[in-house]
Design a protein around this ligand. Structure first.
Ligand code: OSB
Ligand code: MG
Length: 384
């Protein structure tokens, strides 16, 4: 593999309007906020990465502004000038800084893209190169769709029907306390055979175990992150009370967390988000742990722009990612994305990995400038 030397790093904070607001147990959002990382190598190759982030510390403790601060002041200066002959060496360069996984994942993603482009490979094949032997990319990612909290049960059923008609083969519904058993019952009554799952984004406590056990009757594929983001142990206690498999999202921030979760029986399925675990090198380590333990695995999303989506699709095309990922087609999120071409849902509820080198999509400079201007115009976003 050809090494890269990092010449410069430019950061772009963008605000891109969603087609429809997205509501979870922590609130509603109308726009995608992202910090995009543009990395240029000494050879003039440009790599792109996205910090999957929100404007508030709802999902994780970071925000777009903390990511920008940490990248600008600490991570980017430590990376500029470095030569990298294996992208898995990159985390060591920024190991002196702790936490801030979403920020570091965006920068590492740009390194991976630049590295794959330099070596004239698709990013998906570059990931496969560092995956266990025999794990070649499948070139497509099987996906589902994540549906936010709707104003009524009728509206929920309508949105589910709509997504099924579009071809999505797995439906995830967001739930919260007071919006759970009835939602599952309504969806299951209307669609008895679909792959259906729920995501609580940590809204429950272990005391709610009886309530959560009522969900067992709906033949769910899994229940995602029912309990606190920082309580792996409680998920182990809960799993003993449920037939439905517990999927961890927020609680697994590293391969070490995953090993602990496996040890205490807190996990039946993993939602792996590259941003949450601090980048694709850690993803590869986690991938290996999943393979060794036969743990079902899928790739989660945070409503990324095309830049983050493309990298997630590349990883989701690895063969041990064996359940549908939360990476929907571009038209589920945006009227006009920051990159081209868009991701289009194909047969079998799948997204194809683009043919080009690296992430395989190109950032459109005019759209980038428009989305940067939108961030500045709407600042401080969400506090209006
Ligand atoms: O918990 O999986 C989650 C979006 C933002 C923050 C957290 C989550 C989500 C999603 C969206 O569920 C999945 C997608 O990108 O389509
Ligand atoms: Mg989740």
């Amino acid at each position: 593999m050809k090494a890269i030397t990092i010449r410069s790093i430019d950061l772009h904070t963008v605000l891109l309007p969603y087609l429809a607001p997205f509501e979870t147990s922590f609130g509603a959002e109308t726009d995608k906020v992202a910090v995009l990382v543009e990395l240029t190598t000494e050879a003039g190759v440009i790599g792109w990465g996205e910090c999957s982030i929100e404007f508030w510390p709802g999902y994780g403790h970071e925000t777009a502004e903390t990511a920008l601060h940490v990248l600008r002041e600490f991570l980017a200066p430590a990376a500029v000038g470095a030569s990298i002959s294996d992208p898995r060496e990159f985390p060591a360069l920024i190991r002196c800084f702790r936490g801030n996984h979403h920020a570091r994942a965006g920068l590492e993603a740009a390194v991976w893209d630049a590295f794959a482009r330099t070596n004239e490979m698709r990013l998906t094949d570059c990931f496969a190169h560092y995956a266990p032997a025999g794990h070649a990319s499948e070139g497509v990612a099987t996906v589902g769709v994540s549906i936010g909290i709707q104003p009524s049960l009728e509206a929920t059923v309508d949105v589910v029907r709509n997504r099924l008609e579009q071809g999505y083969g797995r439906i995830k519904l967001k739930i919260k306390r007071g919006w759970d058993v009835e939602v599952a019952r309504a969806a299951r009554a209307e669609f008895p055979d679909i792959l259906l799952m729920l995501d609580a984004n940590s809204d429950y406590a272990f005391d709610d175990a009886d309530r959560l056990a009522q969900l067992d009757q709906f033949d769910l594929l899994m229940i995602e992150q029912p309990l606190s983001h920082d309580d792996i142990y409680a998920h182990g206690l809960l799993q003993k009370r449920l037939k439905t498999r517990v999927c961890l999202d927020e609680s697994v921030k590293s391969a070490s967390d995953l090993r602990i979760a496996l040890q205490v029986g807190a996990i039946g399925i993993l939602n792996l988000k590259p941003a949450r675990v601090g980048g694709f090198s850690e993803c590869l380590e986690i991938y290996r742990v999943c393979v060794e333990n036969n743990l079902p695995l899928w790739i989660g999303g945070m409503l990324e722009t095309g830049v983050g989506r493309a990298a997630n699709v590349a990883f989701a095309a690895l063969p041990a990612v064996n359940l549908p990922s939360d990476i929907s087609a571009t038209d589920r999120y945006f009227a006009a994305d920051i990159s081209e071409p868009p991701f289009v849902l194909g047969a079998g509820s799948a997204l194809a990995v683009p043919d080009g080198f690296g992430i395989g999509v190109a950032v459109k400079r005019d759209r980038l400038e428009e989305a940067k201007a939108r961030w500045i115009e709407n600042y401080p976003y969400g506090k209006r």
